[in-house]
Design a protein around this ligand. Sequence first.
Ligand SMILES: [Fe+2]
Ligand SMILES: [Fe+2]
Length: 209
Amino acid sequence: MQLTQKEQMYLKDAKHHEELCIAKYNHYTQTVSCQQLKQILSWAGQQEANHLNIVSQLLQGQVPEMGGQQGGMSGGQSGQQGSMGQGGSISQVLNQMGSQGSKQQSGSTSGSTQQQGGGGKGQSYSGSMMPSTTASQTQFTGQGMLSDQQICNDLLTTEKAVSDMYDHAVFESTDQQLRQALSHIQKEEQGHAFALFQYMQQKGWYQAQ
Ligand SMILES: [Fe+2]
Ligand SMILES: [Fe+2]
């Protein structure tokens, strides 16, 4: 596949974005206190790694194979791609969130105010990363630490920017296979944003208007 200058420019941009996304998701997976959020971030982070593989191949003029799996396209090079065993599991994670609500949070709350559903505000951390104060999750936890809510907001903003970038990239693509590959990635970015949104909505951190 012969890339135009513009296509190369967008793909280089995409590569940087994906690298940043991988770094963010990896870092935040370690940082957040909520186990469910960890699962979501870990899932998204693996997809970001797959995106980087795809974009890297595209930059070399290669056309990644469209994998049949939900997890995405298999690049056919490293074997890493296409092995996204967790590709479909995020819906299970989110379903669990819906049905068992506070069950998994029991380890990360002080138990003082076990609120249901959107009652995230009154909960306090007792996890290793957070002091067991009753501070609202909307506040700074001190020393430059981000709260789970702030991390979700940052990731949601990131996903939106990345999705916008892919949107432009698709429209500037002259090759059908390139368009498909970029659209595929963009769709997964939207999936990340939606998973974050659903999580945040359950916590009462996101009021749809
Ligand atoms: Fe990505
Ligand atoms: Fe993403």
